[in-house]
Design a protein around this ligand. Sequence first.
Ligand code: DC
Length: 227
Amino acid sequence: MEKKNIITIDGWSSCGKSTLARQLAEKLGYVYIDSGAMYRAITLYFMRNHVDWTNAGAVHNALENINMHFEFNNSSNRSEIYLNDENVEYVIRDLVIAEKVSEVSTIAEVRKFAVRQQQKMGQKANTVMDGRDIGTTVFPDADLKIFMTADIIIRIKRRFAELVEKNPNITIDEVRANLEMRDYIDSNREVSPLRKAEDAIVLDNSNLTIDEQLEFALKLAEERGLN
Ligand code: DC
């Protein structure tokens, strides 16, 4: 099989990875895969089915019953995630899931399960994938690696604006606590913690517009002949 082009975008929670990844994929005609959505869907399954994720056997059995795939939705213009054939793209964005997803993502067997599927997806099409360990673990030989970061205050404000639309009772302190907790767990876990790959290019978008960050990434893709 011909090797596909892979662009990885890793970074901290809520610094705009998915916005950039989606737009970049659209511009280049690549498939966009949101790896965080996979960890969120697994967390949703565990919560709904009362899986005790501190028990290795229970995790193993639960994973055997999980099927995930992405489908492009023409009306939302997004690739959306399905958990056992149910569209869960919107329920997984809830703060209830965000409270638990980092903990579930520390489990080695969960990571092995997700990484294997991500690697398979990347063999099928030219792909932009975002997450925490995509440039370090999932695709260490990617054609272009971007590591995104932004000021924590800016990230909190961005995520609050997103969540308050759906839940007007949410407070900025809840959002701050969640982001700080996820940043801590994601970068301190034993298995593939969030790290900048040595060959990744840093993109700090604290003071960039969405168009400017896209332009920055497109230029990098062009320089590498990925367009
Ligand atoms: O990108 P996101 O915020 O939707 O990701 C949700 C969580 O999933 C994140 O806090 C950690 C985990 N995650 C991970 O461990 N590895 C990835 N490649 C992507 C996400």
